[in-house]
Design a protein around this ligand. Sequence first.
Ligand code: G3P
Length: 223
Amino acid sequence: MKFFVDTASLDEIREANDMGVLDGVTTNPSLMKKEGDVDFHERIFEICELVDGDVSAEVTATDFDGIMEEAHTLAKIHDNVVVKVPLILDGIKALNALRDEGIPTNCTLCFSPTQALIAAKAGATYISPFMGRVDDISSDGLNLVQQVVEIYDNYGYETEVLAASIRHPMHVVECARMGVDVATMPLDVIKKLLHHPLTDSGLERFLDDWADYQNQQKEAAAA
Ligand code: G3P
């Protein structure tokens, strides 16, 4: 399972990268807004230079020509760029055209299995079902991802399932059990994956006992 970090913050990306478990990055316009006064294209280039993996950069045009123009500009920034395209009619047309041009894509804002099916037929490199946002409206984000995985498996679609809008470690566990290809998550969730209170208390006890043992050794040597 690949881990992507869902952020446009260089500090967060560095921190995730330093753990040695990072396979890529996803960004979106809302994550860019959080960064304040930074140039979008420059930031995408900086991220690509930091990370050895795919970096999703999103178009903001909603018409075919506009999406294609932005996609070409983004793809020129760096070889790691994956163009993020919204799951709308003109987006689907653009996915087809970008596939023909060999430009990798991440089809975003997927909330139903029918949308995921269309994206796969259009040749998206990745499909991004938004788990957390489905949960937010009292529906079942896990069930959405499960249906997408099943449909893709049935037909051997090459589009990779990139679970997005992940909010907590159990989302990641369930995705891993379903065989999802990629999980993109905030740095905070990546860090939470390694925490266990029994590890903390167990380590504390080992270190205390080690200190006691060393004191015993010293006392024995002095006697
Ligand atoms: O990258 C898109 C997705 O992960 C957004 O997550 O938490 O804003 O629903 P969220």
